[in-house]
Design a protein around this ligand. Structure first.
Ligand code: GLP
Length: 240
């Protein structure tokens, strides 16, 4: 794993964006795996700025998001569909038919199988962007007894629901389950960019990058991938 320590959030976002712009310059039909959460917002803003400067074109690219809450309408302001529309898709020239998000409303088995098939049909993910949850989750792969391989439905950890409650009217309003790419799905990506910023992520980043590889810290599995770029700010890297 290559770790790139940046001075601050802006530099982290700029560097990650440069890698994605480079990928799309070489292959405009690249397949991007995208994440939600507050961490990648700066990256999306950098990509929007690059698009506005005509430095990048998204018209041929294909995207797959990591996860979506279950039983929440795509139009709900807290859905990850809305998050992506507001923070990225609605502000670039990606074709709506080329963006994919797990279906949180369809029957679970069908939604999971369909998502895996769609990723395979697209010939896999060229660059997968990841944030890291406070408990080490990637996508919504929560600490567990093993590493889930494929897209699946997951009960959200209480810690995750509490962390995400800041976006909802109350803790009760946070969905209890979600559909997420599996660890195996993520690990098949050709390049993974792991983003982390802020002092709050320092301890979990240390456990993921320097502790034992264990499903109790799902992000630790990334050390078995041969092409991971961890782009982190100074605060998040302070315990490495
Ligand atoms: C959510 C998402 C993850 C994300 C994590 C961290 O739970 N499912 O993909 O990495 O939150 O969020 P943040 O970037 O806001 O710290």
């Amino acid at each position: 794993m290559r770790v790139i320590c940046c001075n601050d959030y802006e530099e982290m976002s700029r560097k990650a964006a440069a890698v994605i712009v480079g990928q799309l310059t070489v292959n405009c039909g690249s397949v991007l795996g995208l994440a939600t959460g507050s961490t990648p917002i700066g990256l999306y803003q950098e990509l929007i700025d690059a698009y506005n400067r005509r430095a990048v074109d998204f018209s041929e690219c294909v995207t797959f998001n990591l996860d979506e809450y279950r039983e929440i309408e795509p139009s709900d302001r807290n859905s990850y569909h809305s998050f992506m529309e507001n923070n990225f898709f609605g502000r670039i020239n990606v074709r709506p038919g080329n963006t994919h998000m797990p279906d949180g409303l369809a029957p679970a088995d069908e939604a999971c199988a369909r998502y895996e098939e769609a990723i395979e049909r697209a010939r896999g993910i060229d660059i997968q962007v990841l944030g890291i949850g406070n408990n080490g989750h990637i996508g919504f792969n929560e600490p567990a007894a093993d590493f889930p391989v494929k897209t699946h439905v997951v009960e959200l950890a209480e810690e995750t629901r509490k962390a995400n409650a800041r976006f909802f009217s109350s803790l009760d309003a946070v969905p209890k389950s979600a559909i997420t790419m599996g660890i195996g799905t993520i690990m098949k990506s050709r390049l993974i960019i792991l983003l982390a910023n802020g002092a709050g992520k320092a301890e979990i980043l240390r456990r993921a990058l320097c502790g034992p590889v264990t499903p109790e810290v799902p992000a630790s599995i990334l050390r078995f991938h041969n092409n991971v770029l961890a782009v982190v700010d100074r605060e998040a890297s302070s315990l490495l």
